[in-house]
Design a protein around this ligand. Structure first.
Ligand SMILES: NC(=O)c1ccc[n+]([C@@H]2O[C@H](COP(=O)([O-])OP(=O)(O)OC[C@H]3O[C@@H](n4cnc5c(N)ncnc54)[C@H](OP(=O)(O)O)[C@@H]3O)[C@@H](O)[C@H]2O)c1
Length: 309
């Protein structure tokens, strides 16, 4: 037997249960991964809360889109991964919907489609690897989507979070100038990444304007204030993208980020090269997933929250 986090109804973190399950057999095209570390993302508490009305996942559900671990068994038809190999798992909805299920990562053992894993580079720690899927891939994808180059000045809303800090690091590595919004407690962190920090107060637009014109905007926050700032500051022809499409970004015709198929591979490579570094806030036992989701739900965790099986 192994352990997993499970929920039987939508709600807050209090609906999570800690239960036994049979170790799954990998089906055709799947591998069995023994999780070594699990990454927590805002999508986890949102799915448990039932934010997405079209969520196809039936109850009982297990949260989690991100983990890293060791392959313990391979299913039929798998010839590109082997037992004993270290991998990173990104249980993205797009693939999960295609394959008819979403096997959440908040469990000790996980049977997962090989299209949802990449090899973990030897130079990437298990903590860094678990922190890459979902948030860092979204940050990378936003910069890729916008085609950021050294000629750009990129405004990143929510620059201190998992998505925003990845966008900052990838854009800086491409030679762009980056202005990032965050609360003052995170300004030294943003400077250490090479970004110009700006507080997201009422005069945010004027403060950013004084730093010079922007050419593109990547929004990892959403909401009225961030979208209004982008609309006011972005010149005609400038690119904008959001990681959290809501009524405000839709009204402003700001698209939800497009994810390239090789995003997880690219992000793992950038982590191995030292371009991407995930800030870790804390590591909790998997059994304390409810505490982790509650902290993620605040929207102000000082870095990635990890769960150890
Ligand atoms: N489309 C996708 O593929 C995708 C993937 C991953 C995540 N997302 C979405 O992207 C969003 C961010 O995710 P995340 O993983 O980066 O979350 P996170 O790690 O929890 O970070 C949230 C960050 O937002 C900052 N923040 C909060 N309010 C802000 C405001 N008004 N202005 C500027 N910054 C603000 C916080 O900084 P301070 O503490 O300094 O306030 C914090 O650093 C979530 O909505 C998530 O669901 C989308």
């Amino acid at each position: 037997m192994s352990k997993r986090i499970v929920y039987y109804e939508h709600g807050g973190p209090e609906v999570l249960r800690w239960e036994d399950e049979t170790v799954p057999e990998p089906a055709h095209g799947q591998v069995l991964v023994r999780n070594e570390m699990i990454g927590v993302n805002p999508i986890d508490w949102k799915l448990v809360a039932g934010v997405f009305k079209s969520d196809p996942a039936p109850f009982p559900g297990t949260p989690g889109w991100a983990s890293t671990g060791i392959i313990e068994a391979v299913g039929e038809g798998v010839n590109n991964f082997a037992v004993g190999q270290a991998v990173i798992v990104d249980s993205r909805a797009r693939l999960a919907v295609t394959s008819g299920s979403r096997a959440g990562t908040f469990r000790e053992y996980l049977a997962v489609d090989t299209r949802q894993i990449v090899a973990r580079p030897p130079d990437v720690s298990i903590e860094q690897a678990a922190g890459l899927p979902s948030s860092a891939v979204a940050g990378y994808s936003m910069v890729h989507h916008l085609g950021i180059t050294e000629d750009d000045t990129l405004l990143v809303h929510g620059a201190a979070g998992g998505v925003g800090s990845a966008a900052v690091q990838v854009a800086v590595a491409r030679g762009a100038r980056v202005i990032g919004t965050a609360s003052p407690a995170n300004h030294d962190y943003l400077r250490s990444l090479g970004a110009h920090p700006v507080d997201y107060t009422a005069d945010m637009v004027e403060v950013i304007r004084k730093l010079g014109p922007i050419t593109a905007s990547a929004d990892a926050v959403g909401g009225a204030a961030s979208v209004a700032a982008t609309v006011t500051l972005l010149p005609a022809g400038g690119g904008a993208v959001t990681a959290w499409g809501d009524e405000h970004s839709q009204a402003a015709s700001i698209p939800w980020v497009r994810h390239p198929d090789d995003e997880l591979h690219q992000v793992a490579k950038l982590a191995a090269q030292g371009v991407l570094n995930i800030r870790i806030a804390e590591t909790l036992p998997l059994s304390e997933a409810a505490v982790a989701l509650e902290r993620s739900r605040t929207g102000h965790s000082p870095g990635k929250i990890l769960l150890q099986p």
